[in-house]
Design a protein around this ligand. Structure first.
Ligand code: AMP
Ligand code: ZN
Ligand code: FE
Ligand code: FE
Length: 294
């Protein structure tokens, strides 16, 4: 296995994907992946089921999550790999984020109702962490819009009538918490939908000084290849790890099939080294890194 296929960013139905963790793991194997990370938004609830499935499927699973953070007022998604999920500071902060997601739902439904879109709490109910995609899917089911994308574009994106803000963790604080919990932090799609305003190169340098380990370079939201190449150069100069991944959401997001982007073996090994170091210096009991038979 000299060129293992490594996908470090996927979602299950415990956030806004459409597959159970078990289905996600088996789909990853079907897609020919050797390593897959489960990174639901703001929750580790899928880890147990995903690990049991990965053991059966003989696939290397990385236990991770994608944390909602904010930096100088801009939204930043932070991938956290292999932290101790019982670290009290991390648990408290994730609880606050998930609580904010929960209380946002009725506020969104009120805002939409004022704009003539009538949905009930039951229409948007989920077993997982609620988000705008669940509201978007309910709008599709009720016939208000044709797709999740259309729901975002017309109603749910920032500045649209159904948009409601919510609590996000401070980015620098969260990088510190992830390290204290024995995990490693990688900024997700930094130059994606929101453009590069939130994280220009000097801010990535600042984050590197605060313990950021890597940056997701190869991602579908970095649409132009020259964006990826410029970002790869910045990441290389800062001696950070460059990852690539699908950000797969099952049927919930088109254009993000498993393995559409992958992480190079050398970068994966650097990430694992950093994770080993973080686990050791934190003194926490962290999830074991998956063994990859080469
Ligand atoms: P939330 O976490 O509730 O604020 O919703 C953000 C999630 O919605 C992210 O995981 C994105 O994958 C997804 N999302 C954001 N914008 C769009 C869009 N235009 N079309 C479809 N999904 C989107
Ligand atoms: Zn998502
Ligand atoms: Fe994201
Ligand atoms: Fe994601």
């Amino acid at each position: 296995m000299s060129h293992p296929r490594i996908d470090l960013h996927t979602h299950s139905a415990l956030s806004d994907g459409t597959q159970t963790p078990t289905e996600l793991v088996y789909a990853a194997r079907e897609a020919g992946l050797d390593v897959v990370a489960i990174t639901d938004h703001d929750t580790t609830a899928g880890w147990g089921e995903a690990q049991a499935a990965a053991d059966r499927a003989d696939l290397a699973l990385v236990r991770g999550l994608e944390v909602s953070t904010s930096h100088h007022g801009g939204a930043v998604h932070l991938l956290a790999y292999l932290p101790d999920p019982t670290h009290p500071g991390l648990v408290a902060e994730l609880g606050r984020i998930v609580g904010g997601r929960g209380s946002r739902v009725p506020a969104m439904l009120d805002a939409l109702r004022s704009a003539g879109i009538d949905l009930s709490a039951a229409d948007v109910a989920t077993d997982g962490v609620p988000g705008r995609p669940h509201v978007a899917d309910a709008m599709v089911r009720a016939g208000y819009v044709a797709s999740r994308d259309a729901a975002f574009d017309d109603w749910l994106a920032e500045g649209r009538p159904g948009y409601v803000g919510r609590y996000a963790a401070d980015l620098v604080t969260m990088i510190g918490l992830v390290a204290a919990a024995g995990g490693v932090s990688v900024v997700a799609h930094p130059w994606g939908r929101g453009g590069r305003a939130a994280l220009p190169p000097d801010q990535l340098a600042l984050l590197a000084g605060h313990g950021l380990v890597g940056v997701e370079v190869d991602h579908q939201d970095h649409v132009a290849p020259d964006v990826r190449e410029e970002l790869r150069g910045v990441v290389r100069d800062l001696d950070l790890v460059a990852t690539g991944s699908s950000d797969h959401h099952g049927l919930g997001k088109s254009g993000h099939p498993l393995g559409v982007h992958t992480t190079a073996l050398e970068e994966w090994e650097r990430l694992l080294d950093a994770a080993r170091g973080a686990a050791e210096s934190s003194g926490r009991s962290t999830p074991s890194a998956p063994a990859l038979r080469l």
